[in-house]
Ligand binder design. Sequence first.
Ligand code: AQP
Length: 348
Amino acid sequence: MSEPVQTPQTFPTRIFSGIQPSGGLTLGNYLGALKRFVQKQDEGIETVYCLVDMHAITVWQDPARLRQQTREAAAGFIAAGIDPKRSILFNQSQVTAHAELAWIFNCVARMGWMSRMTQWKDKTAGKNAETESLGLFAYPSLMAADILAYKATHVPVGEDQKQHLELCRDIAMKFNHDYKINFFPITEPVIEGAATRVMSLRDGTKKMSKSDPSDQSRINLTDDADTIAKKFRKAKTDPEPLPDTIDGLKDRPDARNLVNIYAALADMAPEAVITQYAGAQFGTFKPALADLAVAKLSPITTEMSRLMQDPAEIDRILGEGADRADAIARPIVDQVYDIVGMIRSRHV
Ligand code: AQP
């Protein structure tokens, strides 16, 4: 692959990230993404956050549910602390620049790059890939367009998105190289904190996911206190007590997952959690974890359900966010058309 022709420092810092409204938001989305989105906003950085509904339809979505889930995700963002006045919050399909730039990137990216993506391999594992949508295959190209339509320099994501971010960098480098122009930044992934990979409560080797068929595998941001407590009580663990040192969790993925979740919710290092609970049985640790999760999540759940009572207001916020997003992305994509040699002579 071509060498970078520039560093992100030559572009003003701008954060972009997104979440698919392909189901209800999970604790994984909250700790791996949302909580950190709020921190970035509160640090005063320009932040653009998107509900990527066009990504969601790369697998089948019932239209009424998709609309509901998009509003619910918007409510989740706001309830978690995203201020639509300070951050730009919108849904992807309202800003056509994403789809337009994705097409250009489909012509920049190579088939081999896409077929090496582990998310594509995971999502087609055990299935006939021939019957999957072309959109699912090209997903990372649309994701690169989401980011680069804003010339975003940094993208906070969970560990699972690292490879897609590398592909975004490859697309930016190839575009800059092919057209001999220092146009797109080489975006940096921001993967930090104790919960960059929250695992399933039923299998500590599998990512917690909103589309996992088992609801017991995840905490949903809409779960009530009893459900959260029950899910943690039933979470898979081993019979050993918690170890004295963090190294003792090395071959214990289920235990490690619960310790990491505790650490991320409490804003503690996992080592400090181990110090506090060394030698504790899960009969002690799980209720403490459930109490902590309820204390942190229930204000968000309550605020989400309040916001969901006024869907028109959510739509208004998303529309306003889309206007602000479009004002950034439109001129960037217009310049891209110009760079690639397309005539733009319509009177509008
Ligand atoms: N389990 C997780 N741990 C840490 N971070 C996570 N993220 C998702 N799951 C975890 C982060 O959330 C952001 C949005 O992800 P997404 O919804 O766009 O897609 P995803 O990663 O594919 O999430 P899901 O829940 O697994 O969705 P489905 O089931 O629809 O594919 C990203 O920053 C992601 O890293």
